[in-house]
Write a protein that binds this ligand. Structure first.
Ligand code: NI
Length: 170
């Protein structure tokens, strides 16, 4: 396993649309393992493949609380086919926007279809933090990050702060 470098805003790759995965094989699973290790090391609760420079429709997520056992989830070619009418607000962060947070409103629940680590079709009804996390990570596959929901002024300020953070931590 390996820890992969995470790209940060304003890297233009973060604006690109990711492509579906054709085949879930051992080679892909090695990449999934690397993504998970990278996410845990960051540390973070979600990571999309584009954030480590690969435009593939893959997410890894683990929203288990710190005092519980890890619960790694792999979503390949995920598709949200239902969202609830009620909304929830979470103070979101992103490994590609280090140290910055904002309250973002999204549907409180969602249902998602995807392929798992073994390439098996799965369906999940997600609620609470997991529902928010899946929607946040799915946005990455469409070239969207959470600061895109903010005003242009705020967005510019966040990007400036990230640039400074990256420079200071180089
Ligand atoms: Ni993110």
């Amino acid at each position: 396993m390996a820890i992969l470098p995470i790209i940060t805003v304003p890297d233009p790759l973060l604006k690109k649309i990711s492509k579906p995965v054709d085949n879930v094989d051992d080679k892909l699973r090695a990449f999934l393992d690397d993504m998970l290790e990278t996410m845990y090391a960051a540390p973070g609760v979600g990571l999309a493949a584009v954030q480590v420079g690969r435009l593939a429709r893959i997410l890894v997520i683990d929203t288990a609380p710190d005092d519980e056992d890890p619960n790694p989830m792999f979503f390949i070619n995920p598709d949200i086919f239902w969202t609830s009418d009620d909304f929830a607000v979470y103070n979101e962060g992103c490994l590609s926007i280090p140290e910055q947070y904002a309250d973002i409103e999204r549907p409180a629940e969602c249902k998602v279809r995807y392929l798992d680590y073994n390439g098996k079709k799965q369906e999940l009804h997600a609620k609470e933090l997991l529902a928010t996390c899946i929607q946040h990570e799915m946005d990455h596959l469409e070239g969207v990050v959470f600061i895109d929901y903010l005003s242009k002024i705020k967005r510019t300020m966040y990007v400036k702060k990230v640039k400074k953070y990256v420079k200071d931590n180089d």
